[in-house]
Design a binder for this molecule. Structure first.
Ligand code: NAD
Ligand code: WQD
Length: 373
């Protein structure tokens, strides 16, 4: 029998590349589709170095390009499942170019799903986000956040994730023998412990850890802490930071779960009447404040990192901490790695690759020459 493949869209990106490593290490065969709009092919070379697997078919294709996707499936007709990471992900940018977000994320996913349907590919793991919960503190007893917490799209980006969840649920339920996992990630951080692979943001980082990493490597002067007047232990907001390696393993666990459900349905005497779609939080269940993260990362770097308290950032919420019990029990998956480990791995990656995969300073870097006194 010819070998089965998992298609990974966005497989050259931050979470996708770590998940490709996890899949290969578990003995899966992987095909990667990525338009490289926010990544570099070098990530795939690093994956080969880490896993010693050379055969990683790669297609530089946009998920909105039907003909491009058809070629992928023509070349690899034994793709049996899809992990779908490809998309745009910056909350702030999504308010500036919302149509681009709806087009790439929502239309892109619809396009991909149509092709999957036409090819009879029934297992789909989707990268959703804790952002679909909006401000969970508006309800009583919803911290830590369970999957049952009512959802709310608070930015164009967040709405794309929410709309995609609805679309995939409707689609999946309409076709018996179709299996979809909606994985709501909390705040990924860290890098591969080899120092060969990590997050490589373009331009000025939007997120806390990549920004802090660039402060540590001297590319940025100081971190701005967005507000210390929240109702938390030190006044800064709380997030559930999860090591990207744990997150990657969560995908493998979700894929196995879909395969299990499929096998159970096939063994049952009665055929299913609708498809299977389920949401799972991927988080640790533990919340850390911004100041706690700064302290943990400073410890890994071995020196205090400069930061300044400024006003709140629009749209930020007090607390996004996961209740991961459903994933712990149903997926038999649990985040194992500590924040200290994630900080060490992030610093290992950053110190070895201060300019990411390109090795070139970015034009936005606050290098001594560009810093105005
Ligand atoms: P990333 O930007 O590093 O990876 C996304 C990858 O998709 C990139 O390699 C990019 O080139 C590719 N891509 C983007 N648009 C594409 C398109 N139209 N066609 C083909 N390829 C395309 O981001 P990431 O942090 O690895 O995030 C992966 C997924 O997880 C995204 O869907 C994101 O929304 C979701 N997510 C991320 C976070 C986070 O904090 N990083 C949290 C929750 C959810
Ligand atoms: C974390 C904390 C900031 C930068 C976003 C998306 C979410 C998900 C993850 C994709 C907050 C503070 C940050 C800085 C700071 N992505 N901060 N100074 O906002 O929790 O989540 O990324 O789905 O959907 O909304 O992540 O890393 O931007 O912020 O003080 O320069 O760090 O206020 O409390 P966030 P983040």
């Amino acid at each position: 029998m010819s070998k089965e493949y998992v298609l990974v869209t966005g497989g050259a990106g931050y979470i996708g590349s770590h998940t490709v490593v996890a899949l290969l290490e578990a003995g899966r065969n992987v095909v990667v589709v990525d338009n490289l709009s926010n990544s570099s092919e070098e990530a795939l070379e690093r994956i080969k170095k880490i896993t010693k697997v050379d055969d990683i078919p790669f297609f530089q294709v946009d998920i909105r390009d039907t003909a491009g996707l058809e070629k992928v499936f023509d070349a690899y007709p034994t793709i049996t499942s899809v992990l779908h990471f490809a998309g745009l992900k910056a909350v702030g940018e999504s308010t500036q170019i919302p149509l681009e977000y709806y087009d790439q994320n929502v239309s892109g996913t619809i396009n991909l799903t149509k092709v999957l349907k036409s090819r009879g590919i029934k297992k789909f793991v989707f990268s959703s986000s804790a952002t679909v919960y909006g401000d969970a503190t508006r309800y009583e007893n919803m911290i830590p956040i369970p999957e049952e917490c009512p959802t709310s799209g608070e930015s164009p980006y967040g709405r794309t994730k929410l709309f995609i969840e609805h679309i995939l649920r409707d689609y999946t339920l309409s076709i018996p023998g179709t299996y979809t996992a909606l994985l709501r990630y909390f705040n990924p951080m860290g890098a591969h412990p080899s120092g060969l692979m990590g997050e490589d943001p373009r331009g000025i980082p939007n997120n806390l850890l990549p920004y802090l990493a660039q402060v540590a490597s001297g590319r940025r002067r100081e971190l701005q802490v967005f507000g210390n007047d929240y109702d938390s232990r030190d006044g800064t907001p709380i997030r559930d930071y999860i090591h990207v390696l744990d997150l990657a393993l969560g995908h493998l666990a979700a894929l196995k779960k879909l395969e299990e459900v499929e096998a159970e349905e096939k063994a049952a005497t009665e055929a299913p009447t609708k498809g299977f779609c389920r949401e799972w939080n991927l988080g640790t269940g533990h919340g850390s404040t911004v100041l706690e993260v700064i302290a943990a990362f400073s410890k890994a770097v071995g020196k205090p990192l400069p930061y300044r308290i400024v006003g709140r950032r629009a749209g930020d919420v007090l607390d996004l901490t996961a209740k991961p019990t459903r994933a712990n029990t149903e997926l038999k998956w649990k985040a194992e790695l500590s924040m200290d480990q994630a900080c060490e791995d992030l610093w290992n990656w950053t110190s070895k690759n201060p300019y990411g995969y390109s090795n070139e300073p970015d034009s936005t870097d606050e290098t001594p020459a560009s810093i105005k006194a």
